[in-house]
Design a protein around this ligand. Structure first.
Ligand SMILES: C[S@@+](CC[C@H](N)C(=O)[O-])C[C@H]1O[C@@H](n2cnc3c(N)ncnc32)[C@H](O)[C@@H]1O
Length: 271
């Protein structure tokens, strides 16, 4: 079986180019929030954590500094460079940075927590299931938890066609960029296009544009996706607040109308 499906051909070039377009952010509030919610859900005692698609590694470093033993996997070389740098500076716990592709990388041992921040949804449903099965069969302890951000469709649909320019002075962007949102209504994917702006002409260099295409799942569809993976949805959080996904109430101010993503807390299905 190929390592990646046709739907994933764009992934490595996108994230590699994106790693050149904007550098590491440094530790931000979002990384501290991830530690806070992980410890609130899983407990604060030292955990063995596997982070998939760890990017430039700030969240992994925050976890390691809080006393956890983290293995962080990332395949984009410019991002891994920073991840490795951070791994040498971990204080209370440990950070083991691994350059590799989550569909093929061999990682030994089992984990109390597997997390995938801001990255799940690449490729086809088949690809997501392959990854979920690897997590449940190879990496997650029977009493462990998988925490993953899942992109929710509704906000992305509302933002379709919105575009704006990001200044070079933005803390995480080295180039001036035009960012544009779209949504593929047939396949349920958001599209996020970044195009560098030429300093001299002020025009976008369309040949340099890069687009990520990410599958969105509402909670019902996400539960369908989990079927056959030996995993079960345990809880959902939106902006750090629990959401009762077992009862549905159609209201104008439902948090999922405005959330870009929700945090899914997933556990092994009791055998
Ligand atoms: C949107 S970024 C999020 C990065 C980081 N988790 C964060 O929240 O800052 C998604 C990351 O997943 C990585 N990634 C995507 N597919 C991957 C794969 N198959 N194997 C390893 N890393 C992957 C990308 O290179 C990228 O760094």
């Amino acid at each position: 079986m190929p390592n990646t499906s046709e739907a994933m051909g764009w992934v490595r070039p996108y994230y590699t180019k994106a790693g050149d377009y904007w550098g590491p952010t440094g530790v931000e509030q979002v990384h501290l929030d991830r530690l806070r919610i992980l410890e609130a859900i899983c407990g604060a005692n030292p955990k063995r954590i596997l982070e998939l698609g760890a990017g430039t590694g700030e969240a992994a470093a925050v976890m390691a500094d809080a006393g956890h033993d983290v293995v962080a996997v990332e395949f984009s070389t410019p991002r891994v460079r920073n991840l490795k740098l951070l791994s040498t500076a971990a204080t209370k716990g440990s950070l083991n940075a691994i350059e590799g592709e989550v569909y093929v990388i061999a990682i030994s041992g089992e984990f109390d927590v597997v997390c995938y921040w801001d990255g799940f949804g690449v490729g086809s449903d088949h690809d997501q299931r392959r990854l979920l099965r690897r997590i449940s069969r190879e990496w997650l302890k029977r009493d462990g938890l998988l925490l993953m951000d899942v992109f929710s469709p509704y906000r992305w649909v509302q933002e379709t066609g919105v575009e704006w320019n990001l200044d070079r002075n933005h803390p995480s962007h080295r180039f001036r960029q035009r960012r544009r949102f779209g949504f593929d209504p047939v396949n349920g994917c958001f599209k996020d296009t970044w195009c560098p702006i030429d300093d001299e002409t002020g025009q976008c260099d369309e040949a340099m544009a890069i687009t990520q295409k990410i599958r969105c799942y509402n909670p019902a569809d996400f539960q369908l996706l989990l079927e056959g993976t030996c995993l079960t949805l345990g809880a959902i959080y939106v902006d750090g607040e629990p959401l009762d996904f077992k009862s549905s109430d159609v209201t104008a101010d439902h948090p999922l109308w405005r959330a870009w993503s929700y945090l899914a807390v997933v556990k092994p299905t009791p055998q």
